[in-house]
Design a protein around this ligand. Structure first.
Ligand SMILES: C[S@@+](CC[C@H](N)C(=O)[O-])C[C@H]1O[C@@H](n2cnc3c(N)ncnc32)[C@H](O)[C@@H]1O
Length: 228
């Protein structure tokens, strides 16, 4: 029997999960109808507006943009939206869904960094519904990289399901039932608020704010401004 790829072989894992448009949508958010995608995108936009805010002059970068579910509602509000993903299939679907927007740039990632994105060039970095699929080291890799590409006073938003919540614990218990041999490589792994807070602070971010009002951790922070 052929073994599934390792979790950290992100390109292979996510290329295989996005061979058709329907599969890609299901793995992104579990729905395929455009109205439902739009509604969930707007819900994420509200979290972004409440935390980092999206301004008309901002260059905004999404790590793990999938099919452009969130990009479709964020791009019309900012100067430039840069959608980054490890899977070229996902980026092709984003290109098609956002083809009417002229301020969209797409970047294929290695899976571990934002190589190709210039230092101090971005105002907002966000990463939603992605950390649960990454190894913890790669969550931190992306936070460190976000710090590099953000301008001074740039803002970051990241999220994950909260292991310490009731719902998060249920997810953990459900997935614990899978024996290691058959565990899908993209299976959700939750974070704790302390984990995310630690990564943000260790990377150098200030004003770290963590919301845990439901089963999610929603974290935002600011890159310190230039001194002097
Ligand atoms: C569940 S989907 C979420 C997509 C999008 N953020 C959204 O909320 O609609 C996870 C996305 O992360 C991408 N991804 C997985 N591992 C990645 C990695 N190491 N680097 C960049 N993107 C990754 C996948 O290809 C997929 O598009």
């Amino acid at each position: 029997m052929e073994h599934p790829p390792a979790r950290s072989d992100y390109k292979k894992v996510w290329s295989e999960l996005s061979t058709t448009e329907e599969q890609a949508k299901l793995h992104v958010i579990g729905v395929t109808e455009e109205a439902a995608l739009q509604a969930t995108g707007e819900e994420t936009l509200r979290f972004l507006q409440d935390s980092v805010g999206i301004g008309k002059d901002d260059v905004v970068l999404e790590i793990g943009c999938g099919i452009g579910r969130v990009g479709k509602v964020v791009a019309p509000l900012c100067r430039k939206w840069i959608g980054c993903d490890v899977a070229s299939n996902m980026l092709s679907l984003t290109a098609e869904r956002l083809k009417d927007l002229s301020n969209v740039e797409l970047v294929e990632l290695s899976g571990y960094n934002l190589s190709g994105v210039t230092d101090n060039s971005v105002d907002v970095v966000y990463c939603t519904v992605v950390f649960m699929h990454l190894e913890s080291w790669d969550r931190h890799n992306y936070i460190v990289e976000a710090f590099r590409v953000l301008r001074p006073n740039g803002r970051i938003y990241v999220d994950n399901i909260n292991l310490c919540s009731e719902g998060g614990w249920k997810v953990f218990e459900t997935h614990r039932a899978f024996s290691p041999a058959i565990r899908p490589p993209h299976m959700t792994q939750n974070s704790t608020p302390q984990e995310i807070e630690t990564y943000l602070k260790r990377a150098g971010f200030d004003e770290v704010r963590i919301r845990t009002d439901d089963d999610w951790i929603r974290a935002s922070a600011i890159k310190p401004g230039a001194v002097g």
